[in-house]
Design a binder for this molecule. Structure first.
Ligand code: OOG
Ligand code: MG
Length: 271
């Protein structure tokens, strides 16, 4: 028999997910969940996140992959949350390289420079960095556009997890570089220079080393976190490893580009 207390917890998670989903659709903010529920657990927050993704899937979105967030000190410092988190990427979040994002469709969008993995095959469980990279088809430069459903990007760990790690849109460069193509150029995934430009002006520079010392570690951390729910990555998934520098606020008229050593670039326009 179903435990009635679990049923009411489930419906509370669903209600919160719908509340966050509606806020995103209607371009408005909501109060932090932890203001009214100081005991909200991280586990419950990830359950809310999954219910939020189910709302998108019910509208026709498909799984596109996963993202890690707060994997660099720069990002942790920017939002005051000091633990890596993950979120889900869906097909409706993908913006074509060079595509245009309409500023008015979002609350307070920010762009950040990232590296993305393309998974060649399914992978689940605790694996080494080398084992994780063996399942990767290649890497791409990426821009993530984040947009928090909480005013001023102010949230606690549990709030941002429930809000799908502030996911909004993402762009990946059109070239997928196999890792073996980096080594002959004397490049390593562990230390690729990354530049974020707005209107051709460099606004942040960083290195892939800022992402948990090695973006591959972001991948293995994600797999370890997913394993606690018996989940993993699937062939064709795109995985964003997390931003290497702080995010920049977006305004209409801007052209934003990330350039990564050996990987090329990814860009978007803001209307
Ligand atoms: C949380 C999402 C962080 C990253 O790359 O670090 C993130 C936020 O900053 O609102 O996507
Ligand atoms: Mg990000």
């Amino acid at each position: 028999m179903t435990d009635p207390s679990n049923t009411s917890t489930d419906s509370l998670h669903l209600e919160r997910a719908r509340h966050l989903d509606a806020a995103a659709m209607e371009v408005r903010t909501v109060p932090q969940l932890t203001l009214t529920d100081a005991d909200l657990s991280i586990d419950a927050a990830y359950t809310i996140q999954r219910a939020l993704i189910a709302c998108r899937v019910a509208r026709g979105a498909r799984r596109a992959g996963m993202k890690m967030g707060l994997t660099s000190l720069a990002k942790m410092a920017q939002v005051g949350v000091h633990e890596p988190i993950y979120g889900h990427l869906t097909s409706d979040m993908l913006l074509a390289d060079g595509g245009t994002l309409t500023r008015a469709h979002y609350g307070h969008p920010r762009a950040e420079p990232e590296i993305a993995f393309l998974m060649a095959r399914d992978l689940q469980g605790e694996v080494s960095e080398a084992e994780a990279l063996a399942a990767v088809a290649g890497v791409m430069p990426a821009l993530e556009v984040i947009d928090s459903r909480y005013a001023d990007f102010k949230f606690k760990l549990e709030d941002v997890v429930a809000d799908n790690a502030s996911s909004c849109r993402f762009v990946v460069g059109c070239r997928v570089t196999p890792l073996r193509d980096l080594y002959p150029q004397g490049l390593s995934l562990k230390n690729l220079g990354m530049v974020l430009e707005v209107d051709g002006v460099v606004v942040h520079t960083g290195s892939s080393a800022a992402i948990l010392d090695d973006p591959a570690r972001s991948l293995t951390t994600l797999l370890r976190m997913l394993a606690t729910r018996d989940e993993g990555l699937r062939a064709g998934d795109i995985v964003l490893a997390g931003a290497a520098t702080p995010a920049v606020p977006l305004s209409p008229g801007q052209h934003v580009r990330v350039r990564v050593d050996g990987l090329g670039s990814a860009e978007l326009f803001v209307a």
